[in-house]
Design a protein around this ligand. Sequence first.
Ligand code: SAM
Length: 290
Amino acid sequence: MDTRIAARPGSGRDEHPRSVRSREWTDVSTRNLLTDTPELYERRFPDPGRLAARWTDAILRRHRAGPRVLDVGCGTGRDAAWLQAHAAREVVGIDTSAAMVRHARAHHPGPDYRLADMRDFDLGRVFDAVVCLDSALLYCHENADLAAFLDRCREHLVPGGLFVAELRNGAYFLQGAEGARPEPEPRTDTVVRAGVTYTSRTTLWVDHTAQLLRRRREWTSDDGVPPRVQHSAWRLLFPRELGYFLDVAGFDVLDLHDRPGPRTDPPWTEGAPPAATGHGDRLHVVARRR
Ligand SMILES: C[S@@+](CC[C@H](N)C(=O)[O-])C[C@H]1O[C@@H](n2cnc3c(N)ncnc32)[C@H](O)[C@@H]1O
């Protein structure tokens, strides 16, 4: 199996300044129990009707995108595989998690899955559309990360190619006081996999200075493994800020709205038009490469 990360030579990620706060909250990782255990991820976030993939395909059809699709941060591969099998698309999926890429190849075959980082990938080919679902884009914590990601997308798109992303909405979370908790109490969830019950206790915290939604998650399980505490974070972007990044990167924004989408309440249904609002907890963006 190819375990190399497809990267451009000389990409200087270490140059990016990092905001420094309390160590416990800033020592974040994109690796966690869910990305390391893709079966658990799919159980924790089930999408049996493949709504995310159907929503994506509806947008690609509406904007008459060609068949070549790159799914960035493809995770378990369930959306990439659906787009390839049911929407006649030819899909490449990239992700930094070796466990996710392995799982995708084994359980959602069809697309070409590669281990690659969204901030410096070079696949040596172009696509008709780049899609980035369920906030994967928000792992670009720094402005330079986001600019680098959009630069990579532009390089990998044909002129007129589409960029489609679905993510948490910074405008929803960046209200209230510094350190405000979007959910006042820690949330507890339970998921069972292979006879083991996993319980997670999740605390979210808004870090206005870094414009990050920080998450502390404590996992306990009944298999004798000691409790684990894991931290991660998502960049919080205002709609117009995201639009600005896209414009500077050479994209025209076609749609930027909060609902409906595959993870809104109520969720998107086929034919539902985009709202003209931007205050809900999710953002959906469609842009075209100039
Ligand atoms: C919330 S999951 C979303 C997965 C999938 N798009 C979905 O909707 O089910 C985010 C994914 O982004 C991946 N990821 C995080 N940082 C990344 C990076 N720098 N480059 C590529 N993938 C990354 C994670 O490994 C994870 O699989």
